[in-house]
Design a protein around this ligand. Structure first.
Ligand SMILES: [Mn+2]
Length: 282
């Protein structure tokens, strides 16, 4: 199964797509392990012509979709395996796209990219800050992923947050991690875009999109459907601006495909961001 269902040539690939079917630390609703497969299945039905960019699928660099592998249950071991899968492709200079799976899986790409880019920014679109030290006994819970990334040396910016613990709020303040609340994004998108411009200029950026950052009206199939999220077009405006920076990889995580729509929306989001990043006419 390949992204968009198109034939792929492993020799020519410049973008590597890694399915990460993992949901062992899910706290509310499990099932994100089925996310990558459903996203790939849905991607076949996308309209490949992008009218906004006047771009076709063949204008994008060649992709390579890796086969889905069953991952170990323990998050540490799952991350080791994901890194093993991804590393040879990063060494060949391929641009990584990780499909989740719960948010924990982002750490595989982030840790590998930090070795190559010590000044890496991780820009998170998410309803949650994911800054807990531990959650339900695990430091590798989906609710801790940005805390681990920050401790590993990444600079973190969070967009669309609207559910946070007091501990995380204090930690973000102490650590000067910008939390750009969902309501602020909705009230003043231009200010948010100029903030990103100032912070991210000339820095390598990894973008992690937890689909619950969007509003559940746009995409109901997520593990924790928090109200008041970003609209489709607010998300696209952010991604289009982010694509103007030095983006070195991204992921789309937390798809919980229980409905007919969400996998399609997630697949379209992956395709839109790839188009913003790589369409020669952008
Ligand atoms: Mn998250």
């Amino acid at each position: 199964m390949t992204f968009l269902g198109r034939p792929e040539d492993p020799e020519k690939a410049r973008v590597v797509i890694l399915p990460a079917p993992y949901d062992a630390t899910a706290s509310y609703l499990p099932g994100a392990r089925f996310g990558p497969r459903r996203l790939l299945e849905a991607s076949v039905y996308l309209e490949f012509y992008d009218e906004e960019l006047a771009c076709e699928a063949e204008d994008l660099p060649p992709f390579l979709t890796l086969p889905e592998e069953e991952l170990p249950l323990a998050p540490e071991k799952a991350l080791v395996r994901l890194k093993e899968q991804l590393k040879p492709h990063l060494e060949k200079g391929r641009f990584p796209v990780v499909l989740g799976g719960e948010h924990t899986v982002s750490l595989a790409a982030i840790e590998l990219l930090l070795e190559k880019y010590p000044g890496l920014f991780v820009v998170q679109i998410d309803a949650h800050a994911d800054l807990r030290s531990t959650y339900q006994g695990s430091p590798f819970s989906h609710a801790c992923v940005m805390r681990r990334a920050f401790e590993a040396g990444a600079r973190v910016i969070s967009l669309g947050v609207r559910a946070i613990s007091k501990e995380e709020h204090l930690f973000a303040r102490e650590s000067q991690i910008p939390l750009l609340w969902a309501r602020k994004v909705k009230e003043g998108l231009p200010e948010i875009l100029s903030f990103l411009e100032r912070e991210l200029k000339d820095a390598p950026v990894y973008v992690t999109i937890d689909l619950d950052g969007l509003d559940p009206a746009e995409i109901p199939g997520v593990g924790t459907p928090e109200p008041g999220g970003l609209s489709w077009y607010e998300t696209l405006a952010l991604l289009r601006r982010l694509a103007g920076f030095q983006v070195v990889g991204f992921d789309v995580v937390e798809l919980l495909p229980r409905d007919e729509r969400s996998a399609f929306v997630a697949a379209k989001l992956v395709y839109k961001f790839l188009s913003y990043l790589f369409c020669p006419r952008t």
